[in-house]
Design a protein around this ligand. Structure first.
Ligand code: SF4
Length: 312
């Protein structure tokens, strides 16, 4: 049985950490990367696609690293299509008795993990449903920084073993082994990548208030799209409604369980104000942590699943 990976693949979420890994690989500081895979839900902000295009053009192609964009469909269209089985998003529910609930999140597995696994099997030469021979595997690089080491978990898939290269790097600002998110941001900045958009669906219910505000204030078209979607899913997904099984209760994108365009997204936490006093990189990282999902929807280590201290 071989333990040497047949190939090394980066799970490219296009956020800070995975962008850092791609740049480090292109520079040769992390050798051996064969490909990068981006799982596209079809409902990412335009800035993510622009970032991805630039990464491909300026970093991946010159380094000979192919970026594969894979997809299981358009999550927004599927939710509103009565003919489509919908893998549910984590919607906030107001139950008929006034209590709160939440729908189970299936979207990450369906729209991100599934197409990535399909692509890796294909690259290994054993597309589904061919069994992958025992011992043959790809090493999958996942962008986990030291400050979120608790999210570093193996995929549990024998042909796709997780590796976390940022955790072994020297050169962190505090002299310890492993880069933090702030180290990644400094590095990206030094290479001319001054901002990295968050990769997450435009209407992801795990957005924090800061992300909703940014969408409303800087990307009004995408905000309008999310508001329309929020209105459209009030009674659940379209297929459930068409099948005579509407949601018992009402569904919302914002955790306040109010219509998105009426939700209290202008609430700014004390921590967000306090963070303005600190180093600019720490300030950005702290504000992101305070306001919810720091880096969008990471396929294998979903940061979106645990919104942090973002009271409605
Ligand atoms: S960004 Fe949100 S809605 Fe989109 S796949 Fe991830 S968890 Fe689901």
């Amino acid at each position: 049985m071989t333990t040497t990976p047949a190939l090394r693949v980066l799970s490219l979420g296009a956020g800070v950490q995975s962008t850092t890994l791609l740049l480090l690989a292109a520079e040769g500081r992390l050798p051996g990367l064969d490909a990068a895979v981006f799982a596209d839900t079809g409902w990412e902000p335009a800035a993510v696609y622009t970032h991805l295009d630039r990464l491909e053009r300026e970093v991946a192609q010159p380094a000979g690293i192919p970026i594969y964009r894979v997809s299981a469909g358009n999550i927004r269209d599927d939710a509103l299509d009565p003919a489509h089985r919908f893998a549910s998003m984590p919607l906030f529910i107001r139950n008929p008795d006034g209590g709160d609930g939440m729908t189970r999140r299936q979207c990450t597995a369906e729209y991100k993990l599934k197409p990535i696994k399909r692509k890796v099997r294909q690259l290994l030469g054993y597309p589904h449903p061919a069994p992958v021979p025992r011992g043959l595997h790809a090493e999958q690089w996942i962008g986990i920084s030291r400050d979120e080491i608790g999210r570093a978990k193996d995929s549990g898939i024998q042909y796709l073993r997780s590796a976390f290269p940022l955790l072994d790097l020297d050169g962190a600002a505090d002299g310890r082994t492993g880069w933090t998110r702030t180290d990644c941001m400094r590095y990206l900045h030094s290479r001319g990548w001054k901002s990295t958009p968050k990769s997450a669906c435009i209407g992801c219910p795990f957005h924090g208030n800061a992300q909703w505000r940014q969408l409303r204030d800087e990307h009004p078209e995408e905000w309008g799209d999310a508001v329309d979607f929020d209105r459209a899913i009030r009674a659940g997904n379209a297929r459930g409604i068409a099948n005579g099984k509407p949601l018992l209760g009402e569904a919302y994108l914002h955790r306040s369980r109010r219509p998105l365009d009426q939700a209290p997204i202008d609430r700014v936490t004390a921590h967000e104000w306090a963070s303005k006093q600190t180093d600019v990189f720490d300030q950005i990282a702290d504000a992101e942590l305070e306001n919810g999902d720091p880096d969008g929807c990471s396929p294998w280590a979903c940061r979106s699943g645990q919104p942090i201290n973002d009271p409605a």
